[in-house]
Each structure stands twice: as structure tokens, then as C-alpha cells.
Design a protein around this ligand. Structure first.
Ligand code: ADP
Ligand code: MG
Length: 304
């Protein structure tokens, strides 16, 4: 059996004890003639200290979600809260503080995380300087982070003098400079070959383990669910399923189990393969059994 935390049955408020709370989050992009519903009522809870991978097809809303959590975009409706900060009603001043101190963000495009003419040491120093940290502390923090991420040898190099994997590990160091509670990374391995991607992913796990930072990482690499305790799949702007993986123990490797996500109104998405196999469309018959719920085609005459 998987050893999973059981949430209380009558929690006072949705996600009251979670570090990241997305409650029925909606983000609609409106251009002249078209309206795109990038997030369509997404619910997500992430607890302090967790490392969660987000996966999903291109266009499913992953970057939109991360931009909202990073405080660089605002939701159209719904609620988003990170470490007690309400991302919907934030003043500009709070937003600046939030982006500097509460979250660290590694963007999807490698080039946007670094500055071409700054060395790694200088670019990690930048957010510390903006936060007004004294020189000694800045120096120590920069050294510590570059070492933790295995890029101490890149301290005096500029982006053009580093490999893609090294650049991304320096980007992670920049995001962590001011010791954020949550590290958000949007496809940090998207432009890397699989071996280098595995190194960068390992660096994120180190950050989660050693610094205790909560990590939310978007990836299109389905193999990651073998490497993190929790993988959340996003489909059409909603969380649709989760894979949970138990810890490895001395005598047994961890096991993975996939769950469908049920929203608070009780809606569950049936996988397409299931719908096609039984030709389920529009209406289905539900029946409650002792320990499970049956879903049948409305054309079946069983149990009618
Ligand atoms: P993902 O990161 O999962 O590939 P995105 O969050 O980038 O998905 O996009 C979700 C949907 O929103 C897509 O249909 C995309 O085209 C649309 N979208 C994203 N950003 C914008 C924008 N700035 N303006 C209009 N539509 C957008
Ligand atoms: Mg994206």
C-alpha cells in the first residue's frame, strides 16, 4: 500500500494548511476577436516542503499557472494564495515584495533567466543587492548557492561560456538568492538533451531536500514521475490526474500509483481510453456499490 497523508474530512477551508492554494482558478486571455480560456477552474494544493512536477500537453495552461503563482500575471477569477499572500488582491507594493522574497522563478526561456554581460557570481548577487543585503552576506550566499548547484566552477563565466545545463543551474541559483519559500520552474530542462536535463532535475531535488524549498516544476518529460513523490497532470486548464510515488525503503523500491482528481463539486474526468472502450458519451449510469462507484454506458441495460 502507498503510505499517503489522509486529509481531514471536514477541513475548515479549502487548503487552509497548504503553502500553495489554487481554488477554481480561471485565466481568460482576451484578444480582439478570440477568447482563450487558459485556466478553466483549476484546483491545486501544494504543501510546504513538497516537490511537485506539473505535466501536460502543450497549451494545457502550465505556463499560465506558473505565471500566476510567480505574481507576474493575475487570474481572471478564482483564488490563488501562496504562503499567506493573496495573489488576486495584491497591491503593487506587495507584488514587488512577493516576487523578490516569497517566490523564485526560473522561466521557460533559458536566455531570459540570465544577463549576457554578467558572470554567474554577478547575476546571483543582483537580487541580493536589490534586497539591500550587506556585501559579506552576498558573497557567502552566492558561493553557497553556486556550490550547492554544482556550478562553482562557473562563478566567473558569462552565459556564452557555459553549457545549457550550467546556465540553467545558475538560473536556479539566481531564483534562490533571496531564500524564497517556493521555487517555480517552467520547463527548466526543455531546451536540454536528456542527460543534461536529468542533471538539472537532480539539482532541483537537491534544492528541495537541502534547502527545504517547496518546488513546483513544469516538465514535458513523462519520466519524471519516477523521480518525484507527486506528479500532477494538467489537461485543458484543469488538474486531471496525479501520480503519487511512495518513498524507497531499504528492501523495496518506491511504487507509483495514478489517481484521477475529483474537484470539490465531485467532478472526475474519465480518461479518453475508458470513454472510447465503452463508448461513453454525454450521459452515463452511475451506481454506488459497497466500496466503489460504477460508471456504465446509458445504453447498457444492466442495473436499469
Ligand atoms: P502550456 O505552458 O501548458 O503550453 P500556456 O499556459 O502557455 O500552456 O497556454 C495555455 C493557452 O493559453 C494556450 O491556448 C495559449 O495559446 C494561450 N495563451 C497563453 N498566453 C497567451 C497570451 N498572452 N495571449 C493569448 N493567449 C495566450
Ligand atoms: Mg509553457
Amino acid at each position: 500500500m502507498l503510505d499517503l497523508p489522509v486529509p481531514p474530512r471536514h477541513s475548515p477551508a479549502f487548503g487552509h494548511d497548504a503553502l500553495v492554494v489554487c481554488d477554481n482558478l480561471v485565466r481568460i486571455y482576451q484578444s480582439e476577436s478570440v477568447e482563450v480560456q487558459a485556466l478553466q477552474g483549476l484546483d491545486l494544493l501544494v504543501h510546504e516542503g513538497e516537490m511537485v512536477a506539473l505535466v501536460g500537453a502543450s497549451g494545457s495552461g502550465k505556463s499560465t499557472l506558473l505565471n500566476v503563482l510567480a505574481g507576474v500575471d493575475s487570474p481572471t477569477a478564482g483564488r490563488a494564495r501562496v504562503a499567506g499572500h493573496d495573489l488576486v488582491d495584491m497591491t503593487r507594493r506587495e507584488r514587488v515584495h512577493y516576487r523578490r522574497h516569497v517566490v523564485g522563478f526560473v522561466r521557460q526561456q533559458t536566455a531570459r533567466n540570465l544577463v549576457p554581460y554578467l558572470t554567474s557570481r554577478q547575476v546571483v548577487d543582483l537580487p541580493l543587492t536589490i534586497a539591500g543585503r550587506p556585501r559579506r552576506e552576498r558573497h557567502d550566499r552566492t558561493t553557497e548557492l553556486l556550490e550547492l548547484l554544482g556550478v562553482a566552477h562557473c562563478a566567473d563565466r558569462r552565459p556564452a561560456e557555459m553549457s545549457g545545463g550550467e546556465q540553467q543551474r545558475v538560473s536556479i541559483a539566481v531564483a534562490l538568492a533571496n531564500d524564497p519559500r517556493v521555487l517555480l520552474a517552467d520547463e527548466p530542462t526543455g531546451e536540454l538533451d536528456s542527460e543534461t536535463a536529468a542533471e538539472v532535475f537532480a539539482a532541483l531535488r537537491t534544492v528541495n531536500r537541502e534547502l527545504g524549498a517547496t518546488v513546483v516544476v513544469v516538465t514535458h518529460d513523462a519520466a519524471v514521475s519516477g523521480q518525484v513523490a507527486r506528479t500532477v497532470a494538467i489537461r485543458d486548464g484543469r488538474t486531471s490526474s496525479e501520480v503519487l510515488r511512495s518513498h524507497d525503503t531499504a528492501d523495496q523500491p518506491g511504487r507509483s500509483e495514478e489517481f484521477a482528481v475529483m474537484d470539490r463539486a465531485g467532478r472526475v474526468q474519465l480518461p479518453r481510453e475508458y470513454r472510447e472502450a465503452l463508448d461513453l458519451t454525454h450521459r452515463v449510469r452511475l451506481a454506488l456499490a459497497d466500496d466503489h462507484v460504477q460508471v456504465r454506458s446509458d445504453r447498457s441495460d444492466h442495473g436499469a
